[in-house]
Design a protein around this ligand. Structure first.
Ligand SMILES: Cc1cc2nc3c(=O)[nH]c(=O)nc-3n(C[C@H](O)[C@H](O)[C@H](O)COP(=O)(O)OP(=O)(O)OC[C@H]3O[C@@H](n4cnc5c(N)ncnc54)[C@H](O)[C@@H]3O)c2cc1C
Length: 452
């Protein structure tokens, strides 16, 4: 079995680099979401002078704010697969559907849609799954190490993820997905209905029959926002500067390099290297320097429910395949999140879509309480057509991307942070960086390795 290639020798290399005084760079990170803060940590750990910029007042206030909470490594699958075009067509115009494509006169949406169709072949879907899985496995390991090293608390649960099915056809397809995961060292195990209820007894109350599921004991969950804020605190202690409340408007180019970033108020900040981690907003800034990345916002919703002793609620993280939603226990709260709506940068709440999530939650867990106190939120996932993010250099020698993580930004955050830090500082990455490399024509992206 082809396992994740991890080079342990690099762990000895880092103190040595510091001891010989490897060049200290001034690195500017654009965006203080999961990806920006994770990048900052690994770069600061390597001894560089790091500044993180964000228009919000605190870290993790946009897409990293109230996501589904899953570190769903062994459930990591791209949206683009052979059945996706039919599902999208079936759901067109249905307000309550899990995936809604709102047709717009927006060339970026159409270009993204064409690339998405290219990624839907069986061969591409398999390769994309492998590429996502490689980074997700690496990332889960990095997250575990960071938790141990820093003692971070973010309502984490390391009790696995149960993916349950309420549709026979989807359940039958699950076994091939689980087999693919097992091929690459992810223990995703098929479970009968009664085994699912034993793993998560709160499902016994479900009014929707649970037909079976897959379980991955090694997957995790936790509050991504709390994590981002806790890691940002540790970054500050390690000397990282944060500049909040400023809107970045342009990248300055001089002598074939990025020389500075400019804010809307005219102020500039210079640096040796720049990391774009602006989530869904990354393509808007990059366009100004002639870089066209296929990242499009995919709006999702979450509902957070406060719990008390009388609530009959799950104690592990779940994925409800029928509604494409995830459900995570975050201490005394329950977070349910999901659905995708391709409607540009519109962040408004759609009542029909939110109530579809709530109805489903109540059908599966009728014993929840405090309906009047539910918190509803919408966020824009930075989605690529393949679901494979860009963690690489782009066009200029000192410009780097850490963006496009779509549905799996929390799952891939720590691995992506370490990978981009390695690429910037010239250290040998522990995983093959090629699949995450930005190439202007990604529709024709060559695939070098058939395995992990
Ligand atoms: C409903 C939902 C559920 C999800 N569930 C999961 C899950 O269970 N597991 C998982 O792995 N992932 C999940 N995700 C995906 C995950 O949340 C995202 O991939 C991740 O948060 C993206 O992080 P980011 O750092 O790239 O972007 P962001 O968190 O959006 O950070 C980008 C930052 O850039 C700043 N910014 C943007 N433009 C500018 C500008 N011009 N000037 C200054 N600052 C700017 C923003 O303020 C923001 O703070 C979910 C997403 C959604 C919406």
């Amino acid at each position: 079995m082809d396992q994740l290639p991890i080079c342990s020798c690099r762990k000895l290399e880092r103190p040595f680099r510091k001891a010989i005084g490897a060049t200290k760079m001034k690195i500017v990170i654009l965006g203080a979401g999961l990806l920006g803060v994770a990048s900052a940590w690994y770069l600061a750990e390597d001894g560089h002078e790091v500044t993180v910029l964000d228009r919000q007042a605190e870290p993790g206030m946009e897409t990293s704010f109230a996501n589904g909470g899953q570190i769903s490594t062994c459930h990591a699958a791209p949206w683009a697969n052979p059945s996706a075009p039919w599902q999208v067509a079936k759901w067109l115009g249905r307000e309550e559907s899990p995936l809604l494509w709102r047709l717009r006169a927006d060339p970026a949406q159409w270009a993204w849609g064409m690339r998405f169709l290219v990624e839907c072949s069986a061969a591409r879907a398999r390769q994309n799954t492998i590429d996502i899985l490689r980074l997700a496995l690496y990332s889960r390991e990095k997250l575990g190490a960071l938790r141990q090293q820093l003692g971070l608390e973010y309502d984490q649960l390391t009790r696995g993820i149960l993916h349950f099915y309420t549709d026979e056809r989807e359940l039958s397809l699950a076994s091939s997905q689980a087999a693919l995961m097992r091929e690459f060292g992810c223990e995703r195990v098929m479970k009968e209905a009664d085994e699912c209820l034993a793993i998560e007894p709160a499902l016994n109350a479900s009014t929707v029959p649970i037909l079976g599921g897959t379980y991955t004991a090694e997957d995790e969950s936790g509050d991504a926002h709390k994590f981002t804020q806790a890691l940002a605190q540790r970054c500050k202690l390690a000397g990282v500067s944060f500049l909040f409340g400023e809107n970045i408007s342009a990248l300055g180019v001089e002598g074939g390099r990025i020389s500075n970033i400019r804010f809307t108020n005219g102020r500039t900040i210079a640096g040796d290297a720049f990391v774009v981690a602006l989530g869904s907003w990354s393509p808007l800034l990059l366009k100004s320097v002639g870089i066209n990345i296929p990242v499009y916002p995919a709006k999702g919703y979450s509902v957070t429910v406060p719990l008390d002793e009388s609530s009959i609620a799950p104690t592990i993280s779940l994925t409800d395949d029928g509604y494409k939603i995830v459900i995570s226990r975050l201490a005394n709260r329950l977070r349910v999140a999901g659905t995708a709506e391709f409607a540009g940068y519109d962040e408004s709440m759609n009542k029909i879509r939110c109530s579809a999530i709530l109805q489903r939650l109540k059908a599966v867990f009728p014993g929840l309480k405090h309906e009047e106190k539910f918190d509803v939120w919408a966020g824009l996932r930075p989605a690529t057509p393949s679901n494979v993010p860009f963690v690489s250099k782009a066009k200029f020698n000192n410009l780097f991307l850490n963006t496009g993580h779509g549905t799996l930004g929390w799952t891939m955050a720590c691995g992506s942070g370490q990978l981009i830090a390695d690429l910037i500082t010239g250290q040998a990455p522990e995983i093959n960086p090629e699949p995450y490399t930005f190439q202007p024509l990604i529709a024709a992206k060559p695939r070098l390795s058939p395995s992990l």
